[in-house]
Write a protein that binds this ligand. Sequence first.
Ligand code: GUN
Length: 290
Amino acid sequence: MTARKIDGKAIAASIHEEVRLGAARLREERGIVPGLATVLVGDDPASHSYVKVKRRACEEDGIRSFHHPLPEDTSRETLLRLIRDLGENPEVHGILVQLPLPSHLSEAEVIEAIPPRKDVDGFHPANLGRLGLKGGEALFAPCTPAGVLELLGRIGVGIAGSRAVVLGRSKIVGLPAALLLLRNDATVTLCHSRTKDLPAVTREADILVAAIGRPGAVTADMVKPGAVVIDVGVNRVPDSSRKRGYRLVGDCDFEGVSSVAGALTPVPGGVGPMTIAMLMKNTLAAASRG
Ligand code: GUN
């Protein structure tokens, strides 16, 4: 079997188009221009390039972007004051603080300073916690796992009643992905570094979500024939044939897993573009709520 390659780029493009239309309508009917504030502390090159992509997407989708680059040695007080000001600014509907933060700043404290109604990343405990509470609606779901669910929905994968296995329990991807799958009535197993006999667990999965950040961690023998495999990993591996000296690969051995799975997301071009699209969708939703 050769797995169907899931085209996240194309699916993300249709979401961007929907956001563009929605933003134009919001501007015409209610005079509201959606606004996203990005806060970037320090000089991490990967964080800079992620934020650049997010700001470009804002421009293309009709969302105003307010960028706040801050030096590495920014104090806790300065950062919290900026977040409070952005929280009170009516032109800012979403606030995104790019992670990781420098080690002298507490991520938990900074995230909790963002008003939940502007938490378009979905990382505030009020939003993340509500994902796990039936009947308690989160205002926003974190963008990467929300993108995973959106991908599954748009390619017609039935989640209810399926066996879903998530690898990795990070607050950005693994944990919220498991909660979202559970909300959608999958039977969910969340695996982590202490899980015993991982291949036996993953071979049960109709839907396998890999989010551990280790190239080649998921091999063909770990996949049930016909399973849908969503590879969230973004790993840089050295590649002297590339100008920048590395290439991006996911957590799956792509060739091997392709020979067993029914469908598989590539890296790049799978989940990555969906994350940005969901951020735009969350920002539009924040602006629409007013
Ligand atoms: N760092 C890595 N992924 C993310 C993300 O989705 N949002 C933020 N704010 N920081 C990140």
